[in-house]
Design a protein around this ligand. Structure first.
Ligand code: GSH
Length: 244
């Protein structure tokens, strides 16, 4: 079996990927102990969906973190959600959608549209692109993201409204987590990989945001992110191990 290669947004700020879906995949792969290697791509365009992350494995190229995880579960027989009931799976999926389809866009807004954050995003998220080219294409990339935000709908709101939306999502995550170690109870499941990938990319990065401030004020979320970090990364780098 060939090595699993993950194409991702590069790591920075102490995170192995500063893309929430790439970091989710790192977390998932470590939860299920599948060895992998990463390649940081300067742009998302090479991937089968034109987005990052995507993987190469056994001659196949698969895009989208969810489709990648479904492939891995079929291919490697892993299933961190095996202990969940159908009703619990439904709740986990709803929570994941809140995180990936709503909270995500508030993070994109803060990184790309908030003036004080833009130079940091340009320097780091586009950091693989040679500086002279980066300065030329950065405004086009930024305009593309603005169009995505408007297409989603969230970009039509004021900054205050967008931040209120993000803060509500953070509250919902914190209230649902309560005093459980992981979102669905005692064990980490798929949704925790998604939640960690997003929350770490909001809370542990030098991007100013009221959404980040709200998350940092919820002690259970701060502890949860630290718990996931230890759970997933304390054992070292699985790319050092041989492929199964
Ligand atoms: N549903 C996708 C979302 C991936 C995604 O939105 N990736 C972003 C980076 S975090 C991307 O590649 N954006 C570039 C673009 O949209 O042009 C997944 O789960 O992988």
């Amino acid at each position: 079996m060939s090595q699993l290669i993950v194409h991702q947004i590069p790591g920075a700020w102490g995170l192995p990927s500063i893309g929430p879906f790439g970091l989710k995949l790192h977390a998932y792969l470590r939860l299920v102990a599948i060895p992998y290697q990463t390649v940081s791509d300067a742009t998302p365009f090479k991937g089968p969906k034109g987005k990052l992350p995507w993987i190469e494995h056994d001659g196949q190229r698969i895009g989208d973190s969810e489709f990648i995880i479904e492939y891995l579960e079929r291919r490697f027989g892993c299933d961190p959600d095996a202990g969940l009931s159908a009703a619990e799976r439904a709740v986990a999926l709803s929570m994941q959608r809140l995180i990936e389809e709503n909270l995500y866009w508030t993070m994109v807004f803060d990184r790309w549209m908030v003036e004080v954050n833009w130079p940091i995003t340009r320097q780091t998220v586009l950091g693989q692109i040679p500086p002279a080219v980066r300065l030329l294409i950065a405004p086009f990339a930024r305009r593309g993201v603005k169009r995505q935000l408007e297409g989603h709908g969230i970009g039509r709101h004021s900054p205050e409204e967008i931040h209120a939306i993000g803060v509500r999502d953070i509250s919902a995550i914190a209230d649902y987590l309560g005093d459980k170690p992981y979102l669905m109870g005692a064990t980490a499941t798929r949704v925790d990989a998604a939640a960690y990938g997003m929350l770490a990319n909001i809370m542990l990065v030098p991007i100013a945001s009221p959404v980040k401030d709200a998350a940092l004020q919820r002690v259970n979320i701060v502890d949860y992110v630290a718990r996931m970090q230890t759970r997933c990364f304390a054992a070292g780098d699985p790319s050092d191990r041989a492929a199964p």
